[in-house]
Design a protein around this ligand. Structure first.
Ligand code: DC
Length: 209
């Protein structure tokens, strides 16, 4: 069984994917981490993330980078978004994601193009979203909790820039996949969003026994 969870930055898709993993006892792949690893590798190599050849050469990153805490920063998220526009970068990462998706017993993947490109035949698909204001507030709170000094205006601008790039790129743009249920988490607690996600997945699974 494959469950696809897509959505924009800070929508709650990662939290929901992990909770679904616990509920259905399935492994979860945060595919954004792969793009973040490419972004961070380009930076470390002194390359240009907007330059296709530089971004492609960063795709052969060592797996150790996947546990680097630097991957979680907003700066690396933005680099990831920039390298992810290149088709050859997406191609270089596709097999790894498909292998994870098709492992025996099933899997959950979260990202931007899981339901559209990586696993279009997934058994269940959810598109998680939330308003820009709510997503920026989540990032704000997150940064405060980690001892940071966030600036609301720049968080809103970062989220809008990332949405625009991820949704308007030529290759595998972020969009609600055919057959995906929309889950707007703007007014939901984490628990309520997870319960709603489980209900949506259960209903889709009943539809495809
Ligand atoms: O989910 P995230 O914020 O960690 O993703 C970082 C960037 O990686 C995102 O802005 C676009 C890119 N990405 C992608 O293009 N396709 C995916 N399946 C996952 C992430």
């Amino acid at each position: 069984m494959i469950i696809a969870v897509d959505g924009p930055a800070a929508s709650g898709k990662g939290t929901i994917a992990k909770a679904l993993g616990r509920h259905y006892d399935l492994p979860v792949l945060d595919t954004g981490l792969l793009y973040r690893a490419v972004g961070l590798s380009v930076l470390k190599a002194g390359g240009d993330p907007d330059h296709e050849a530089d971004a492609l050469s960063a795709c052969s990153f060592a797996d150790a980078i996947l546990s680097d805490p630097a991957l979680r920063s907003e700066a690396v998220g933005s680099l990831a978004s920039r390298v992810s526009v290149h088709q050859n970068v997406r191609d270089a990462l596709i097999q790894r994601q498909r292998d994870f998706a098709t492992q025996p017993g099933g899997a959950i993947l979260d990202g931007r193009d899981i339901g559209t490109v990586i696993a279009p035949d997934a058994d269940a698909k959810i598109f998680v979203t939330a308003s820009v204001k709510v997503r920026a507030e989540r990032r704000f709170q997150d940064a405060l909790n980690h001892g940071g000094h966030p600036d609301m205006d720049s968080l809103v601008a970062d989220i809008q820039a990332r949405d625009t790039r991820d949704m308007s790129r030529d290759h595998a743009p972020l969009k609600q996949a055919e057959g995906a249920d929309l889950l707007d988490t703007s007014d939901l607690t984490i628990d309520a969003a997870v319960q709603r996600a489980i209900a949506l997945v259960d209903a889709q699974l009943e539809g495809h026994p």
